[in-house]
Design a protein around this ligand. Structure first.
Ligand code: ADP
Ligand code: MG
Length: 261
């Protein structure tokens, strides 16, 4: 397991004893996980094992039923005051969510806005930047994801892979300290997957802290610092990509990898 670089290095994300149920279905059964600043953690596991739910809990999209999550030392969903803990109001939750970038399988771009319009929308609406500054920053981000020439195009004029790269630029426009990816390439035609993964690999190389749910084992091998295998709401094992992908110790990990590799 990756260890902190210095004793004072606090985890970017700390997940402790997290439980979550939907009705009688227990989806997360006591998850413990730390993600260190600059670390790239790939979350793998069968469909229904709770990967998306875990990401959604980190990003304030679901409330946990037990345990707690901290992002950069701050409790998700709660505020400490002295020795008391208060639930955050919806408005405060929205503000927290802005600090985390999330990219989904479906890109969810605004269809009536241009590419650049999509990228500058949030920072302008939320008063993080003026239109002109946001556009300058947005153009830089579009160049970074290889779409400098597409700023005036509309989403429907782009391929799925290009749209997903716009979605990544849009998330980065909020200058997040943490990026969450939930199967970002699963909806793409195979020939479009590589460009999206290479943008993500560049981001990883630049030191972004990332949690990536993916079935792309090549990406996990190349870009992840750590691979975490989940099954049935539990974290079964974790380690370096070669430990988990080549020498998994648990039978369930071995069975999963036989299916996907
Ligand atoms: P994964 O991303 O690993 O495929 P999910 O976290 O999406 O798994 O889902 C885990 C389980 O929780 C699945 O059985 C799914 O049907 C169920 N689930 C997820 N979200 C909800 C919800 N909002 N309401 C009810 N059941 C849900
Ligand atoms: Mg999922």
């Amino acid at each position: 397991m990756t260890t902190p670089r210095t004793a004072s290095d606090a985890p970017a994300v700390r997940i402790r004893g997290v439980r979550k149920s939907f009705g009688r279905l227990e989806v997360l059964r006591g998850i413990n996980l730390e993600v260190w600043p600059g670390e790239v953690v790939c979350l793998i596991g069968p469909s229904g094992s709770g990967k998306s739910t875990l990401l959604r809990c980190v990003n304030h999209l679901e409330k946990v039923d037990g345990g707690w999550i901290e992002v950069e030392g701050e409790l998700v969903g709660y505020r400490r005051k002295g020795d008391k803990v208060y639930e955050l109001k919806d408005r405060e939750i929205c503000r927290k969510r802005e600090q985390i970038g999330m990219v989904f399988q479906q890109f969810n771009l605004f269809p009536h806005m241009t590419v650049l319009g999509n990228v500058v929308e949030a920072p302008v609406r939320l008063g993080k930047a003026r239109q002109r500054e946001a556009e300058a920053a947005g153009r830089e981000l579009l160049a970074r994801v290889g779409l400098a020439d597409k700023e005036s195009a509309y989403p429907r004029q782009l391929s799925g892979g290009q749209q997903q790269r716009v979605a990544i630029a849009r998330a980065l426009a909020m200058r997040p300290r943490l990026m969450l990816f939930d199967e970002p390439t699963s909806a793409l035609d195979p020939e479009l997957v590589g460009d999206v993964l290479s943008v993500m690999a560049d981001l990883a190389k630049d030191g972004m802290t990332m949690i990536v749910v993916t079935h792309e084992m090549g990406f996990a091998r190349e870009a992840a610092d750590r691979v975490v295998f989940m099954d049935q709401g539990r974290l079964v094992e974790q380690g370096s990509p070669s430990e988990i992908l080549e020498r998994p110790s648990h039978e369930r990990t071995q069975a999963f990898l036989r299916r996907v590799l």
